[in-house]
Ligand binder design. Structure first.
Ligand code: ATP
Length: 361
């Protein structure tokens, strides 16, 4: 078995009964023991993909291979996959211990009661819910309920763990805490995990890699920092990053990149970074807010509309050609609302996209 391709999804497709094609020939692989995030906006096909892996939905094309074997003709209950849902899906009339033991009390995974209890307690310890053994789910906080559902998914020692937006019902602080716990836990148990989220910061913080979907198509399958620094296309550049990337409409003509009131000679760009030839025409020039620096001389001359403090940095907001844009500066720099300032672009860190979103530079 090739550990780098523990899960292999090959040309997977899903067209629903109403004719809607939710997944269009998706292929990716997952390394054994990795935690991989399936990321994308609502409706992009993340849950559809997860449900096909779990066997809750049948693909209309392609294959899913785990540990060298196709899952397609394997019944969901025989796939040996743990699934953690957004809404926890706990049994309200059972105690925490009974909920966690449940998968070991039915079907072919049935175990003697004392063994089931021992295994349940082991995973309850790992998920920090030992003290809650006799409580009913209704008495627990959202974070505690999610820990119960994670423990319940792990007791069968599944070959894969699937998690669909497991943190979305939790408040912001708890989300940060539980996502760290989940990462520590799956690494400790060593289980290969697919984690669905629409939250790019969550994906960047816990994913060994991120598979970014849009309209049923993978836009980029990479490490988080590569999605951030080397986006494949305009969609990826716009989706990843907070504050979001700044976009400027430009024209390329006569070896100049011409914006509404700035010009950059093409010769100033690093020629090795061009992905294909830069023909004359319309483009979007994109730059992340931290790559606009206050300077005595710069490409942009702007009036600061608003200043927002985010921890150790400040977001400066300004309006350029009718579009609100942002720069990110550290706390020490003197600037106030209404100031007229200049921004210098870090030209090594700009991107140029064609109107169809393809990245050229
Ligand atoms: P979300 O984050 O909102 O859950 P998602 O990325 O998980 O979104 P999916 O639930 O996989 O998206 O849905 C993908 C697309 O397929 C959506 O446009 C959705 O409306 C459509 N879809 C989902 N289930 C069905 C169905 N049973 N019949 C027809 N279309 C469906």
């Amino acid at each position: 078995m090739n550990e780098d391709k523990f899960i292999q999804v090959n040309n997977l497709e899903k067209t629903y009964e109403n004719g809607y094609q939710a997944i269009k020939s998706v292929s990716f692989s997952v390394k054994k023991g990795d935690l991989v995030c399936l990321l994308g906006p609502s409706g992009c096909g993340k849950t559809t993909t997860l449900n096909m892996i779990a066997g809750l939905l049948n693909p209309t094309g392609g294959d899913i291979i785990v540990n060298g074997k196709s899952l397609l003709n394997v019944a969901p209950k025989d796939r040996n996959i743990g699934y953690v849902f957004q809404n926890y899906a706990l049994y309200p009339h059972m105690t925490v211990l009974q909920n966690v033991m449940f998968p070991m009390t039915v079907g072919k995974n049935k175990k003697p009661k004392d063994e089931a209890e021992r295994i349940a307690k082991k995973f309850m310890k790992l998920t920090h819910i030992e003290e809650l053994a006799d409580q009913k789910p209704g008495n627990l906080s959202g974070g505690q309920q999610q820990r119960v559902s994670i423990a319940r998914a792990l007791v069968q020692e599944p070959q894969i763990l699937l998690m669909d937006e497991p943190l979305s019902n939790l408040d912001a602080r708890l989300r940060l805490k539980i996502r760290e716990e989940i990462r520590n836990l799956v690494k400790e148990v060593g289980i290969t995990t697919l984690f669905v989220t629409h939250d790019q910061e969550e994906a960047l913080s816990i994913g060994d890699k991120i598979i970014l979907f849009h309209n049923g198509v993978i836009q980029q399958d990479d490490k988080g920092q590569d999605l951030y620094l080397e986006p494949n296309n305009q969609f990826v550049a716009n989706f990843i990053g907070n504050p979001v990337i700044d976009n400027f409409d430009v024209k390329v003509a006569n070896d100049q990149i011409v914006g509404s009131d700035f010009e950059i000679p093409v010769a100033k760009l690093n020629s090795s970074k061009f992905r294909s030839e830069l023909a004359d025409g319309d483009y979007t020039l994109s730059i992340r807010p931290e790559n606009l620096k206050l300077a005595d001389e710069g490409e942009l001359s702007e009036v600061i509309d608003d200043i927002e403090l985010i921890g150790r940095e400040r977001v400066l907001k300004f309006n350029h050609a009718g579009i609100s844009q942002r720069a990110l500066i550290d706390l020490e720099q003197e600037v106030k609302r209404g100031d007229k300032v200049k921004f210098k672009m870090n030209l090594d860190r700009i991107y140029l996209f064609k109107p169809d979103g393809e990245r050229i530079y």
